[in-house]
Design a protein around this ligand. Structure first.
Ligand code: OGA
Ligand code: ZN
Length: 383
């Protein structure tokens, strides 16, 4: 695939057309090629671009293009500049394909799941993830594919969850602190700090941006009940879209509102949709939390009844046991969710024993960055 057999200048130099050995072809615009040139005057050694888009002549054109071994050599006018692009680089960065604009489609690499999903598939021993880069990469890869992963056999001590985050990224500190205690409290600031059951939710939709990762780490769990459940919010949104396209459109095209005012001096508010789509229809984020949904006032009067019917339908899908694998966290076990995608819930607990979890937030950029670096390292080692 990587060998180029032909290159042709199109439209008086506005673009080129490259043909690879396997018959695949792709067009590239002159301005795009100039902007992405790989020469040292355009790109610093650290990979950052040295030029601005407005420094490129508006009438930039390809003056000539030729295949030279495994690179394509391109000269531009009026700049009189010649640069080379490796055939593999052009193949990896080709954009000459139809854009997928299907509303509610999954992001690349996301694998949807339902209640039949076995948490064991995404579970690793704590020590392996702490000490072995391969195990860490596998575990982080589960977060990327499924938005959910678990650890077993960790220490049953306070703050062990911070060691997990430090392995791939950074804690997001909030008004709840660097981490927070999840156990029954007198005068709780949040209903999570009671023995009540919690409907499946994403955490902190009242923040903008919402935390993109959450870890819940169990230190003690001898109480009756308190099982954890997780729901793939992207799968739930896709199901809503299939069962009720109009409802899906209402939840994705209008902003909901979220608020937290449980602590003195804290008034967190956001205005964002329950189902957020990118400009090309890709699922970006789910925000769903019965406890912190504020009065919704951005839906026109004549659409509010429909909006609420859609909200109810989405909640019914989220509450459907067929969507949610359940498990009980043992002491020393923890799980991580992509909080823009996977909802978590807890059954009520009571009785003699103690239930003590700690929670914290982190962000996905750090996790994805560590994963990409580990994968690059693995590829280099394999060569
Ligand atoms: C939370 C939460 C669930 C649990 O603290 O965000 O949802 O299992 N807790 O206690
Ligand atoms: Zn929660």
């Amino acid at each position: 695939m990587s060998d180029i057999v032909d290159v042709e200048v199109l439209e008086n130099g506005c673009a080129i057309r490259v043909v690879w050995q396997d018959g695949r072809a792709a067009r590239f615009h002159a301005v795009w090629l100039r902007d992405n040139a790989l020469d040292p005057e355009t790109r610093a050694e650290n990979g950052q671009r040295l030029i601005t888009v407005n420094a490129i002549p508006a009438d930039i054109a390809v003056d000539g293009a030729a295949v030279r071994g495994d690179v394509v050599e391109i000269s531009f006018r009026p700049e009189a500049k010649t640069v080379c692009f490796p055939a593999t680089w052009l193949a990896a960065n080709a954009y000459d394909h139809g854009a997928d604009t299907f509303a509610g489609r999954l992001p690349e690499g996301a694998v949807p799941w339902d209640g039949s999903f076995e948490p064991e598939r995404v579970t690793q021993p704590f020590d392996a993830v702490m000490t072995d880069d391969g195990a860490l990469a596998d575990w982080l890869g589960c977060v990327r594919s499924y938005g959910f992963a678990r650890l077993t056999g960790g220490p049953t001590e306070s703050e062990a969850l911070l060691r997990v985050v430090e392995r791939f990224g950074y804690v997001r500190e909030t008004n709840y602190g660097k981490w927070f205690e999840v156990r029954t409290e007198v005068n709780p600031t949040n209903l999570a700090f009671t023995g009540l059951g919690l409907q499946a939710h994403t955490d902190n939709p009242y923040r903008d941006p919402q935390p993109t990762l959450q870890i819940l780490y169990c230190i003690e769990n001898s109480a009756e009940g308190g099982e954890s459940l997780v729901v793939d919010g992207f799968a739930a949104a896709a199901r809503l879209r299939d069962e009720n396209p109009q409802g899906f459109a209402l939840l994705s095209c209008h902003c909901a509102r979220f608020e937290f005012r449980g602590q003195d001096g804290v008034r967190l508010r956001s205005r964002r949709p329950m189902i957020e789509l990118g400009p090309d229809g890709e699922l970006v984020a789910i925000r769903f939390n019965n406890r912190s949904t504020a009065p919704i006032i951005d839906v026109p009067y004549d659409q509010m009844a429909g909006y609420y019917a859609a909200y109810r339908h989405f909640a019914e899908i989220i509450d459907d046991p067929a969507m949610a694998p359940a498990f009980k966290l043992e002491a020393g076990e923890s799980f991580i969710v992509d909080n823009t995608r996977v909802l978590h819930s807890r059954r009520a607990y009571a009785g003699e024993g103690t239930r003590w979890l700690q929670g914290c937030y982190a962000d996905r950029d750090g996790l994805y960055s560590t994963l990409a670096a580990l994968e690059e390292q693995e590829r280099t080692a394999a060569q």
